[in-house]
Design a protein around this ligand. Structure first.
Ligand code: XIL
Length: 365
């Protein structure tokens, strides 16, 4: 339960917040009957459609990432299984987890999430085949020739993609490969193999599962700017070279203090116009703590804007939030003093963002 003190604090600042948002804030999770939603009707009078069902009506998904230990939180796992129609393993499919020793594969963590997803009718985005972070020690501490690392990369991608063939609908093949200024990040693959590793990775993934959708994925690419421009040019070139590339993932780890990404709707559209899908893959909108009603209202407005930016473009295929409740969010550990980034609070109660997302999804059809 939320404490009365917290509710009073939020209500006291309520002048800045619309009545609809306050009602959204007061609503309890979807399946609990008898609470008012933003229309003033009750869940009993009109069963609330989940975000997943609303997204599906326009042919899209609305997903939430989950990390394996969170599945033990049964209230959290239950709501995840009910509310969403897609999920992404927060860590379970990363290299450190899947190939802890060279050539020794362990798909336990990823399989657990695939099994949970299947049992609850969720689709799974695979994340991620190649990244500079969360690599196993044997890989980062080794010294490799270009040929050796190419063969290590090929073996990793081939094994993981084959294992999850038919179980994931998309892969983040390469994650965070660009710098802010649009140059290639000097990760171990770039430094050892050169920029051609990206096309190689896409080709190997395609060979292992010709049906799975292959994405490049990064943060700070929601706005039009040097970093998204670099991806725009790269994807254009990859397509011209007939390299299998199906999608561009915008992580969308946003923060109120930095402003809403410049021209995000136009940016989503220009990637779609290149002939690839776009997905919002890791959405969260953090703020400097403590949260207050004004910040939560602004956050809700940003969630609405992101949802609408996706819904406006046919090839924007879905939105995934990076966790759904402030109880399980990566933000506080990585950005000290920041948090409250997700549409549900730490007690699994809706925040204003939830009603804003719903309203945007409802308007799409
Ligand atoms: C994060 C996880 O959520 C954390 O549990 C982990 O400690 C670090 O990685 N961009 C990504 C994700 O592509 O894989 C990251 O996930 C968040 C930033």
């Amino acid at each position: 339960m939320r404490t009365p003190a917290r509710r009073t604090r939020i209500r006291a600042a309520g002048a800045a917040v619309s009545a609809a948002l306050l009602l959204g804030l007061a609503a309890t999770p979807a399946a609990h009957a008898g609470t008012a939603d933003e229309t003033g009707k009750t869940d009993q009078a009109r069963p609330t459609e989940t975000l997943g069902k609303l997204a599906k009506k326009s042919g899209r998904y609305f997903g939430a990432a989950v990390d394996n230990p969170e599945l033990a939180d049964t209230a959290y796992a239950d709501l995840l299984g009910r509310e969403f129609n897609a999920t992404t393993p927060g860590n379970g499919m990363k290299w450190y987890a899947t190939e802890p020793q060279r050539g020794v594969f362990d798909f336990t963590a990823g399989d657990e999430i695939v099994d949970f997803a299947r049992a609850n009718g969720l689709k799974v985005r695979g994340h991620t085949l190649l990244w500079h972070s969360q690599l196993p020690d044997w890989l980062t501490s080794g010294t490799w020739t270009a040929d050796e690392l190419r063969s290590i990369l090929k073996n990793h991608i081939t094994n993981e993609v084959k294992h999850y063939k038919g179980k994931v609908f998309a892969w983040d093949v390469a994650n965070e490969i660009m710098n802010e200024d649009g140059t290639y990040r000097e990760n171990i693959f770039y430094k050892t193999i050169g920029p051609g590793y990206v096309a190689d990775a896409l080709r190997w993934a395609h060979a292992a599962d010709p049906k799975v959708k292959l994405y490049l994925n990064d943060y700070n690419v929601e706005a039009i700017g040097p970093k998204s421009d670099a991806y725009y040019q790269l994807i254009k070139q990859l397509r011209a070279d007939r390299v299998p590339i199906d999608g561009f993932g915008m992580q969308a780890h946003l923060a109120l203090q930095y402003g809403f990404p410049d021209r995000m709707p136009q940016n989503v559209r220009r990637f779609a116009d290149l002939g690839v899908d776009v997905a919002i893959t890791e959405l969260d909108i953090r703020m400097i703590l403590p949260a207050d009603a004004a910040k939560l209202a602004e956050q809700a407005d940003w969630y609405r804007q992101v949802t609408e930016a996706c819904l406006a473009v046919r090839r924007c295929v879905g939105i995934t939030v990076w966790g759904y409740s402030d109880a399980h969010s990566w933000i506080p550990a990585v950005f000290p003093g920041e948090g409250a980034a997700l549409p549900w609070d730490e007690n699994l109660h809706h925040k204003p963002a939830y009603a804003a997302i719903r309203a945007a999804l409802q308007q799409a059809h």
